[in-house]
Design a protein around this ligand. Structure first.
Ligand code: NAD
Length: 718
C-alpha cells in the first residue's frame, strides 16, 4: 500500500480511444513515483504495458516534485517478462520495444528502483536490470528462462546479468533457465536490499535513501566486467554444455552471448546478443519449443466447455487394483496430498502392491528426490483395504484391474452399487470400450477414462477419455485434478489405443517392415534416436516387454485379418526373448545392466525370416527409416483428427512429447509435419505406397492430410 500522502493514482498512459485497459498504474507517494505493472496473469510486458510504463517514466521525469521512481508489480509478482503471444507477431518489436524501454529507464536522471515482490523472470528481470537499484522479497523467483523456449534473453539480460552477479553465476542461470530465490543472490550487485517483508515498502525506502544521499545512478551498462579466467571458464562451459544440448541450438548461443559481456564493450555486446536472439527466434527448434509451450496450455481448453465452470470437488480418491498401474496411480495422488483408498481382492496382492510402493518411495529418498518425512506423510495418506464398500467416501474412483472386459464390467457394477451419488468412476483401461463399461452402470455420465502411462507415478502424460455419455463437469473435474497431481492431461475420444497407442502401433508396424526389407534393429533405433527420440522402437520394446505387443498382435490377427503385420516380432517372442526382463530381446543384456548389446542370434533370425519370405535385403538409408516411422504417426494422427478422437493437432503433439519421448525441439509429430510441409509429407507417402512392403493401403493420406496438403495449409494454425 502507498502512504496516505498519495497525490494521484491513475493509468500511466491515456489512450485516446475510450477508457484504456490499465496495465501500468501510476501513483505518487509524496516525492516518489510508483509505477505498478498490472497485467494479469503474470504482468507480461505486452506492447500496451510497455507504452504505459514508458509514459509513466516520462511523467515522473517531468514532475518536479518527484525525486525517485519505483517500478513494481501487482499480484505479488514483478513481471514474468515478454508476452510470448506477441512472439509470432510484429507487436513484439513495436515501439517502445523492451530494449528501448530498458534504455529509457537506465538513462533516467532520477533514480529508478525496482521493487520486486515476487516472480521476476525473463524480460521482467531484464527490466529490473535496467533500473539503478533493486529491492526484492527474499522468496522472489529470479530467472532468465528464455533458453527453455529455444531463445536467449534478448533485451540485455546476457550483458547486464554477468555485470551484476559475475560470469559464472550468470552463465549458469542463463544456460539452464533455472529459477533461484532472490535470497540466494543476496550480497551481489543484483540486489541492494533483500527483505523478508514488503518489497514495495523496501523499494520506496531505498528510493528515498538514494535520493537523500544523492547517490550516483548505478548503471550496469557502465560496469566493466573483470574476470581473470573468463576464457578458460567459457571454454569449459562450451565443452560441458555442447554434448548435453544436442538438437537445441540455444544453450550454446547463450554461452556465446554471455562471453561477449566480457570480451566486448557493452553496446557491441548488446548488438551481438540481439543478432543471436533474432537468429534463434527464427529457428525451427525455437518455434517448436514455443509451440510445445502453447500446446500444453491449449490441451486443457475443451471446445464448448468453460474452462472455469464449476467442477466436482475431489479430495478423496479410491484406486481399485494395486498392481503395476494401481500402485503408481495411488502414489501420484498421495504425492499431491490427496487421501487414497487402495482396494484389492486378495491380501497377498495388496501386500505386494504396498511393498512396491514403499520400495519406490525408498528409491526416491535414496536419489534425494523426497525426504523421509514426505514419504511418511504420503504413506499415511494411503489406506489399504480388501473391502470394495470402502469406496463409499471417495469422490473419484480409478479402476486399474486386469485388462479383461468381464472383470471390468463386474467392478463397475459393484462400484455403481457402492459409490455415493456424484462420485466420478474412472477406468484406466488401455484398449477396452469405455462406453460399454459405462453402460454397466446406471450413471454413464459419471464414467470417464483416465489412461495413465507406466510408471504412473513418474510419467506426466494422462489421456482423459471422454465417453459418449461422459458429463462435461466430470471431464472438467478430471482435467483439473490431473493438473493438481502434476500430470499433462489430454482429452481423447473412445477408440482402441486412444491417441498415443493407436498411433504407436503404426509406427512399430513400419519399424518391423523395415527389418524385413533390410534394416537391423540397431540401425532403426539409431536413426530414430538421431532424429531425437529418447529411445528407438526396439529398445523401447525390450524395456516394456515384447510380449505386450505380441498379445496385441494376436488379437489384431483375428480382429483385422486384412491388415498386414510383420510376423518377425512373433518369432522373437516364440523364443522367449521378451526383452530386458528375460535378458534377451531385440538385443542381449548382461545381468544387472541395461545396455542394449547387438546379438548375432537376432541378425540370424531376421536373415532366416527374410529368406522364408524370399526378400533380398536392401540398404535402407536413415532418412527412409525416420520418414516411414514418423509419417506413420502423422498419417494416423490425421486420421484421429478426422474421426474427432483428438480435438486438435497440438493435443497429439502434447501426447507424443509428454508420453513417448518425441524430441521437444521438433515440437511433436504434427508440428514436425507442418515444418516439413504437408505437401512434401504426402509426396513422400506416395513414394512409400509404391513399395509393396510398406503397406500401400496404409500410405493413402488421411482425408484431412490430403486436403491440407492440397490447400497449402498446416495442421497447427500458423
Ligand atoms: N501396465 C501398463 O503399462 C499399463 C499402462 C496403461 C494402462 N494399463 C491398464 O491398467 C490396468 C491395470 O494394468 P496393470 O498392468 O496394473 O495390471 P496388473 O496385473 O499389474 O494389476 C492388476 C491388479 O488388479 C487386481 N485386481 C483384479 N481384479 C480385481 C478386483 N475385482 N478388485 C480389485 N483388484 C483387482 C489384481 O490383483 C492385480 O493386483 C489395465 O486395464 C491395463 O490395461 C496398463
Amino acid at each position: 500500500m502507498l502512504g496516505s500522502g498519495r497525490r494521484d493514482a491513475d493509468p500511466a498512459h491515456r489512450s485516446g480511444l475510450g477508457s484504456p485497459i490499465i496495465s501500468a498504474r501510476y501513483a505518487v507517494d509524496h516525492d516518489v513515483a510508483v509505477i505498478t505493472l498490472d497485467h494479469p496473469p503474470v504482468n507480461g510486458l505486452s506492447h500496451e504495458t510497455r507504452v504505459q510504463l514508458a509514459a509513466g517514466i516520462d511523467r515522473a521525469l517531468a514532475d518536479a516534485a518527484v525525486r525517485a521512481i519505483v517500478v513494481t508489480g501487482a499480484h505479488g509478482m514483478f513481471s514474468a517478462g515478454a508476452d510470448i503471444r506477441e512472439f509470432n507477431s510484429n507487436k513484439v518489436a513495436a515501439a517502445p520495444s523492451l530494449d528501448t524501454l530498458i534504455r529509457m529507464v537506465e538513462a533516467s536522471d532520477k533514480p529508478v528502483i525496482a521493487a520486486i515482490p515476487g516472480t521476476c523472470v525473463g524480460g521482467g528481470l531484464e527490466l529490473a536490470l535496467g533500473c539503478h537499484f533493486r529491492a526484492a522479497s527474499a522468496d522472489a523467483p529470479i530467472a532468465l528462462p528464455e533458453v527453455k523456449l529455444g531463445l536467449l534473453p534478448g533485451a540485455g539480460g546476457t550483458q547486464r546479468l554477468p555485470r551484476a552477479i559475475g560470469l559464472e553465476a550468470a552463465l549458469n542461470m542463463i544456460v539452464s533457465g533455472a529459477s533461484v530465490p532472490a535470497r540466494r543472490l543476496r550480497g551481489t550487485a543484483l540486489f541492494d536490499a533483500v527483505v523478508e517483508g514488503d518489497a514495495l515498502a523496501a523499494g520506496i525506502a531505498l528510493a528515498r535513501k538514494v535520493a537523500d544521499e544523492n547517490r550516483p545512478r548505478r548503471r550496469l551498462s557502465e560496469v566493466t566486467l573483470r574476470e581473470p579466467n573468463a576464457e578458460g571458464f567459457v571454454q569449459f562451459a562450451r565443452n560441458t554444455v555442447g554434448p548435453m544440448s544436442k538438437g537445441y541450438p540455444a544453450p550454446m548461443k547463450c554461452i556465446d552471448a554471455v562471453a561477449a559481456a566480457v570480451s566486448k564493450p557493452f553496446e557491441e555486446g548488446l548488438r551481438f546478443e540481439r543478432a543471436l536472439f533474432i537468429e534463434l527466434l527464427n529457428t525451427v527448434e525455437s518455434r517448436a519449443l514455443r509451440h510445445a509451450f502453447f500446446a500444453e496450455r491449449a490441451a486443457s481448453r475443451i471446445p464448448g466447455l468453460d474452462e472455469n465452470a464449476p467442477a466436482r470437488p475431489i479430495e478423496r480418491v479410491a484406486v481399485i487394483g494395486a498392481g503395476t498401474m494401481g500402485g503408481g496411480i495411488a502414489m501420484s495422488f498421495a504425492n499431491a496430498g490427496l487421501a487414497v483408498t487402495l482396494v484389492e481382492t486378495r491380501q497377498d496382492a495388496l501386500d505386494k502392491g504396498l511393498a512396491t510402493i514403499k520400495r519406490n518411495y525408498e528409491a526416491s529418498v535414496k536419489r534425494g528426490r523426497l525426504d523421509a518425512k514426505a514419504v511418511e506423510r504420503n504413506l499415511g495418506l494411503l489406506t489399504p483395504t480388501l473391502s470394495l464398500s470402502d469406496v463409499a467416501s471417495a469422490d473419484l474412483v480409478i479402476e486399474a484391474v486386469f485388462e479383461d472386459m468381464d472383470v471390468k464390467l463386474g467392478v463397475f457394477r459393484a462400484l455403481d452399487a457402492q459409490a455415493k451419488p456424484g462420485t466420478i468412476l474412472a477406468s484406466n483401461t488401455s484398449t477396452l470400450d469405455l462406453d460399454r463399461i459405462a453402460a454397466a452402470t446406471r450413471r454413464p455420465q459419471d464414467v470417464v477414462g483416465t489412461h495413465f502411462f507406466s510408471p504412473a507415478n513418474v510419467m506426466r502424460l494422462l489421456e482423459v477419455v471422454r465417453g459418449r455419455k461422459t458429463g462435461d463437469d466430470v471431464l472438467l473435474s478430471v482435467m483439473r485434478v490431473a493438473k493438481r497431481i502434476g500430470k499433462r492431461p489430454v482429452v481423447s475420444g473412445v477408440c482402441d489405443g486412444f491417441i498415443g497407442n493407436r498411433m504407436l502401433e503404426q509406427y512399430v508396424r513400419q519399424a518391423l517392415f523395415l527389418l524385413e526389407e533390410g534394416a537391423s534393429p540397431q540401425q532403426v533405433d539409431r536413426a530414430l534416436e538421431r532424429f531425437g527420440f529418447a529411445m528407438g522402437p526396439f529398445r523401447v520394446s525390450d524395456l516394456a516387454g515384447n510380449d505386450v505387443g505380441w498379445a496385441i498382435r494376436k488379437r489384431r490377427y483375428v480382429e483385422k485379418p486384412n491388415v498386414a503385420y510383420s510376423r518377425i516380432a512373433d518369432r522373437l517372442c516364440e523364443l522367449g526373448r521378451f526383452g530386458q526382463k528375460s535378458g534377451l530381446g531385440w538385443y542381449r543384456y548382461e545381468p544387472g545392466r541395461r545396455d542394449a548389446l547387438p546379438d548375432p542370434a537376432v541378425d540370424a533370425l531376421i536373415a532366416d525370416y527374410r529368406k522364408e519370405l524370399g526378400i533380398s535385403p536392401r540398404k535402407i538409408v536413415e532418412d527412409e527409416i525416420v520418414e516411414r516411422c514418423v509419417y506413420a504417426l502423422v498419417n494416423e494422427g490425421a486420421q484421429l483428427l478426422d474421426e474427432g478422437i483428438a480435438l486438435r493437432a497440438s493435443d497429439i503433439d502434447v501426447v507424443y512429447l509428454a508420453g513417448y519421448g518425441f524430441p521437444r525441439y521438433r515440437g511433436g509429430p504434427m508440428f514436425h509435419a507442418d515444418t516439413v510441409g504437408l505437401y512434401n509429407v504426402v509426396r513422400t507417402m506416395q513414394r512409400f505406397a509404391s513399395n509393396p512392403h510398406g503397406d500401400p493401403g496404409f500410405w493413402r493420406p488421411a482425408p484431412l492430410l490430403a486436403r491440407l496438403a492440397t490447400e497449402g495449409k498446416t495442421f497447427n494454425p500458423e
